[in-house]
Design a protein around this ligand. Structure first.
Ligand SMILES: Cc1ncc(C[n+]2csc(CCOP(=O)(O)OP(=O)(O)O)c2C)c(N)n1
Length: 287
């Protein structure tokens, strides 16, 4: 049982490395922004799409599917790479990211198979999630709704209006995950608009709250499995992450929001991502 679990975790970690490489290629090829945003949420997306979510990639509009909304729609590259790897559309399509005529536009878009809401104008995804959760309750359906928010995004008042309504309507089918990478577009969240104490804020809005390491696959799987944390309350997961995770010259640096690596930096990034991938497979080969 334990060995089986280890094997699952290793596969998910390998998938996270694979997706990071895809994100790098997509963003470099398109000369696009938002690499740091995309890299910080990779483990969260892998844990959701390869374990927690009850979904069928062959039938993306299946009525009873769990719903996921990328409220931080600027992290679209990570979502598209995850959806492609999960089988919602061909992996080859990722080569068209943010290029003329592609369905894979720079912010998450409903025309892409598996995407549940067009996002990018920040602060709106939680309200969409509240609506879907309310609909699920009133239709007596058992699907769950997950919303991934940026921390800077939570400076938007509309997030808190949605948070208040979720607890008012006792939406225990709704989980908000905050990708708490401590940075937004132009600086550190605590310097632009302090959100402390962030756990206390979610609790005071009536949510049941847990705090985890958003890059720790074991912790993510366990925590997602335990939702809802309390009956009749929405669940919030504050996931501590690192913006630019996996590429040293981007990690925890404000430049990772808009920077697109040049040729030399890309080679360095590939090297680092490959080293991480090798470190994951290493324990398997030990007897
Ligand atoms: C309503 C709105 N205001 C401003 C922007 C511009 N914008 C794009 S990304 C971003 C920063 C988001 O920071 P955060 O939510 O912390 O996400 P991160 O990129 O750090 O993961 C901003 C301000 C936007 N897309 N929508």
């Amino acid at each position: 049982m334990m060995a089986e679990m280890d094997d699952t975790i290793i596969k998910l970690k390998e998938q996270a490395c694979n997706i990071r490489k895809k994100i790098l290629k997509m963003i470099v090829d398109a000369r696009a922004a938002h690499i740091g945003t995309s890299l910080s949420s990779v483990e969260i997306l892998v844990a959701l799409y390869f374990s927690a979510l009850n979904i069928d990639p062959q039938n993306p509009e299946w009525e009873d599917r769990d719903r996921f909304i990328l409220s931080k729609g600027n992290g679209a590259a990570a979502l598209y790479a995850t959806l492609a790897e999960r089988g919602f559309f061909p992996v080859k399509t990722l080569d068209t990211f943010a290029k003329d005529g592609s369905i894979l536009v720079g912010h998450a878009d409903l025309q892409v198979p598996g995407v549940e809401a067009s996002t990018g104008s920040l602060g709106l995804g939680l309200s969409v999630g509240v609506g879907m959760s309310l609909a699920g309750k009133s239709d007596n359906r058992s699907y769950r709704v997950f919303v991934l928010l940026g921390d800077g995004e939570c400076d938007e008042g509309s997030v808190w209006e949605a948070a208040m309504s979720a607890s008012h309507y006792k939406l225990d089918n709704l989980t908000a995950i905050m990708d708490h990478n401590k940075l937004q577009a132009t600086g550190f969240v605590k310097e632009i608009m302090s959100q402390d104490p962030i756990l206390g804020k979610w609790r005071s809005f009536g949510w049941s709250v847990r705090e985890i390491d958003g890059h720790n696959m074991e912790e993510l799987l366990k925590t997602l499995k335990e939702t809802p944390f309390e009956k009749n309350k929405p669940s919030a997961i504050i996931a501590h992450t690192v913006k630019g995770k996996g590429i040293s010259f981007l990690e925890n640096d404000v430049i990772s929001h808009y920077k697109c690596p040049n040729e030399e930096e890309t080679a360095q990034a590939i090297k680092e991502l490959e080293q991480t991938a090798q470190a994951i497979v290493a324990p398997k080969t030990k007897s």
